[in-house]
Design a protein around this ligand. Structure first.
Ligand SMILES: [Zn+2]
Length: 600
């Protein structure tokens, strides 16, 4: 019968869309007997000898509710059928079951039992109900029939040709016993069938934009193998030059397809279909074969300010060096070789020498004190600074910090008052850093960075070279030789010449006035913005400085200036690298300090 019927359908389409058709009908007892299915089809076919593909497709292509509406099985109220599944539908079904133990043959009861959130209410009929539902299910999505009247008349109704009521009154006792036994067996089978039906009941879902009705719990593998979705994996493709089209090396060996359910990615290997889920399959993308790489380094260059001293406000690393790379790739599968050229540009290491120009809208000045700490003067400076709410930077000598605990305690007081502490080298040797051999110079610098940390816990690599004497290449050589970095070599833009005033025989007030004049010469508006003022808190008599300092601060504050540390000053200049403001820059991983032997 099935064979005779099938040609009337568009076979391919039918199979693709009917989950219970050829595969399930033969394989699953719970889905009911194929005979019943086909028997009913007789009536069906007899009355409808010609299905047309047009009708079939038309019914299918409508959306879910429209499909219900098109159902010949009484689907005049499509929403009601879905909507009332557990509610209004159930009572109606149970009464039907009560009067018709074999009654699954009615499409109505089938529909109702879908609503069977209470399967125990129809233990007998539900199994058969599912049997018959194979047709209605099909009908829900693809049933070609356009007239529901046909079905009701054609043997699907309760009085159709499968119902037992046609037995006459002249039946023998033996026959009746046989029938009874058969009935008990049927009840048992139907009970099992009911349980199976519930765990395999069909639920509405959407797959790649099409509304379906499929057994709950269906796996992705089953969904795909049954043709409800046809996602494909990407291909394994060869490497190729830019602008070329890669060769396909192996179809389907690329990235696997993926699945989104209700808009969220899910693991397709474990997903099981749930009611109302919206599934969207996404085809896999192509995967390029693995490659072996042959790389060649392109050495980075160096840019340092000629051989001059770093005599602008600060010398610093403006750009960290990085070697470039050129790459040749070979495809592991294809064997193709592609020259990728320069895959990473070389970046020069740049030591720069520049002023500081705060651009955050404030007027800022950094006052600095060299050669300390000093047990007499430094506390007086701290008191004055505190009185004016001014911050300063103290460039300390390593040899002083190492001279005794009272000096480290003084350094801690400076730290605790919120001022910056930095290095003025260890010995302040008159030979100057630029005149020393490299090893001595590097020891002077490193040792003091370490002593400051030991004394105060402050990690700094900010340096003020005595007399400002450090050359760009010496800055570079320090980093190359020691593996350590200098954040800034801080020079100055305003010299108080306090050391000169103190030694030229001037009196305290007189000398102080000279110092104030040296520090504020021409001060007006923001013309000192970013200035770094050089003074000393040790290394001679600083009585004049103590008198001058309040006047200097007052003059600047009257012009709207804030006294900040050197770190804060450079932080306020947006053109300077961010790493300067920490006062303890370290070279980024992978950065290169190039071979400097050629420029020493
Ligand atoms: Zn000095």
């Amino acid at each position: 019968m099935a064979d005779r019927r099938r040609p009337n359908y568009d076979n391919n389409t039918y199979d693709e869309r009917d989950p219970y058709a050829s595969q399930d009908a033969s394989g699953r007892a719970g889905y009911g007997s194929r005979d019943a299915y086909e028997t009913r089809d007789q009536g069906y076919n007899a009355s409808r000898p010609a299905y047309t593909r047009q009708t079939y497709s038309g019914a299918y292509d409508q959306d879910g509710q429209a499909e219900w509406g098109a159902s010949p099985y009484g689907g005049q109220q499509p929403q009601g059928r879905y909507g009332q599944s557990a509610g209004a539908g159930a009572p109606r079904q149970s009464s039907r079951y009560g009067s018709d133990p074999y009654g699954g043959n009615t499409s109505r009861s089938t529909r109702g039992s879908r609503g069977g959130q209470q399967p125990t209410q129809y233990p007998v009929g539900s199994g058969q109900a599912y049997t018959s539902s194979r047709r209605p299910n099909n009908a829900s999505g693809v049933e070609p029939v356009t007239s529901s009247a046909h079905h009701r008349q054609g043997g699907y109704g309760p009085s159709g040709n499968l119902t037992p009521q046609h037995n006459g009154s002249g039946i023998s006792r033996r026959k009746l016993l046989g029938m009874a036994a058969g009935g008990v067996a049927a009840v048992a089978l139907l009970g099992v069938g009911g349980a199976l039906w519930y765990t395999h009941r069909a639920v509405a879902c959407t797959i790649d934009g099409k509304v379906r009705e499929l057994p709950i719990g269906l796996s992705v593998q089953e969904i795909v193998s049954r043709g409800y979705a046809s996602p494909v994996a990407g291909n394994l493709v060869s490497i190729c030059a830019d602008g070329e089209i890669p060769d396909v090396l192996e179809r389907g060996a690329g990235n696997p397809y993926t699945l989104c359910v209700n808009g969220e990615p899910v693991d397709a290997s474990t997903y099981k279909l749930r009611e109302s889920d919206v599934l969207e399959f996404i085809n896999g993308t192509d995967k390029t074969e693995d490659v072996t790489k042959q790389t060649t380094e392109i050495p980075c260059g160096i840019q340092v300010p000629d051989s001059s001293l770093l005599l602008a406000s600060i010398g610093y690393v403006k750009q960290w060096g990085q070697n470039g790379i050129s790459t040749v790739e070979t495809g592991v599968v294809s064997g193709r070789t592609i020259d990728r050229g320069v895959t990473q540009e070389a970046r020069d290491l740049i030591i720069a020498n520049s002023g500081v120009n705060p651009d955050d809208g404030r007027r800022l000045v950094a006052i600095t004190f060299d050669d300390g700490p000093n047990l007499d003067y430094t506390p007086q400076y701290l008191d004055i600074l505190a009185r004016y709410g001014a911050k300063a930077t103290f460039f300390m000598l390593g040899s002083t910090l190492a001279a005794g605990e009272e000096y480290t305690q003084m350094a801690q007081r400076v730290r605790d008052a919120g001022h910056q502490i930095a290095s003025h080298t260890y010995s302040h040797d008159d030979c100057t850093l630029s005149g020393m051999d490299a090893a001595t110079r590097e020891g002077e610098i490193s040792q003091t960075f370490d002593l400051i940390e030991q004394a105060t816990g402050v990690q700094t690599s900010v340096l003020r070279p005595p007399y400002g004497e450090l050359r760009g290449w010496q800055f570079l050589q320090y980093m190359a030789d020691t593996g350590r970095d200098i954040t800034m070599s801080v020079y100055w833009s305003v010299d108080s010449e306090d050391w000169s005033v103190a030694s030229n025989g001037s009196g305290i007030e007189d000398g102080a006035a000279q110092i104030v004049a040296n520090c504020t010469n021409g001060l007006s508006g923001d013309n000192y913005n970013g200035a770094i003022i050089l003074m000393h808190d040790a290394g001679g008599n600083r009585d004049r400085d103590v008198v001058a300092l309040p006047s200097i601060i007052e003059r600047f504050q009257a012009e709207g200036y804030e006294f900040v540390t050197v770190n804060e000053l450079v932080a306020a200049d947006s053109t300077l690298p961010e790493w300067l403001s920490s006062g303890n820059a370290t070279r980024p991983e992978g950065s290169i300090i190039p071979d400097t032997s050629g420029i020493y």
